[in-house]
Design a protein around this ligand. Structure first.
Ligand code: ADP
Length: 187
């Protein structure tokens, strides 16, 4: 089973994705974490990504597509995975569709984390105090929200045509939201 968690930055994708992955015993593929690790290790990919990441811009598809392909091709992800933080662009969505399609698979559920913009900004600003992520500055937060609306939100319509998009109210406790997700996917 392949489940995509889609939502604006700060909408709780990572938190719910982790819970879901553990419950279903599936690997979670998180492009943000992969990029952060690459940056920390100063790999060529990390060095390239950093120019965009710190400002809150998307790392270009030329960098990210290969990484996504490698992750989906890993043996652990052969029968299912939780996708967190990608696809974020039309080209990434095409790659995911094509890679799974060639294996006779497809995305089964899209969970759309629905949180108001005020709440998103509040959460990311609070997180900045704790984690000090370079992309949690006010400017980078504004950029990330804009880019989400421009590049990623259109994917909702693409998947909605297939009838696999479920809107998850993203406010409430972590447990409440987890229970709602369990109800939606039926396990
Ligand atoms: P958030 O959803 O809060 O923005 P992420 O960890 O998912 O947190 O992403 C942080 C940053 O990592 C993004 O702003 C972008 O620079 C980069 N990034 C993560 N995933 C992708 C992706 N699929 N394509 C391009 N850039 C990405």
């Amino acid at each position: 089973m392949f489940i995509l968690i889609l939502g604006a930055p700060g909408s709780g994708k990572g938190t719910q994705g982790k819970i879901l992955a553990e419950r279903l015993g599936l690997p979670k593929i998180t492009t943000g974490d992969l990029i952060r690790t690459a940056m920390k290790q100063d790999t060529p990919l990390g060095v390239e990504a950093k120019k965009y990441y710190d400002e809150g811009k998307l790392v270009p598809d030329s960098v990210v597509l290969g990484m996504i392909k490698d992750e989906l091709d890993r043996p652990e992800a052969k029968t299912g995975a939780i996708l967190d933080g990608f696809p974020r662009t039309a080209a990434q969505a095409e790659l995911v569709d094509r890679t799974l399609g060639q294996r006779g698979q497809r995305l089964n559920h899209i969970l759309l984390m629905d949180v108001t913009e005020d709440e998103l900004v509040r959460r990311m600003s609070a997180r900045a105090q704790v984690e000090g992520r370079p992309d949690d500055t006010p400017e980078a937060i504004a950029t990330r929200l804009q880019i989400y609306q421009r590049d990623t939100a259109p994917l909702i319509a693409h998947y909605a045509q297939r009838g696999i998009v479920h809107r998850v109210p993203g406010t409430g406790t972590v447990d409440d939201i987890g229970r709602e997700i369990k109800r939606i996917i039926g396990r």
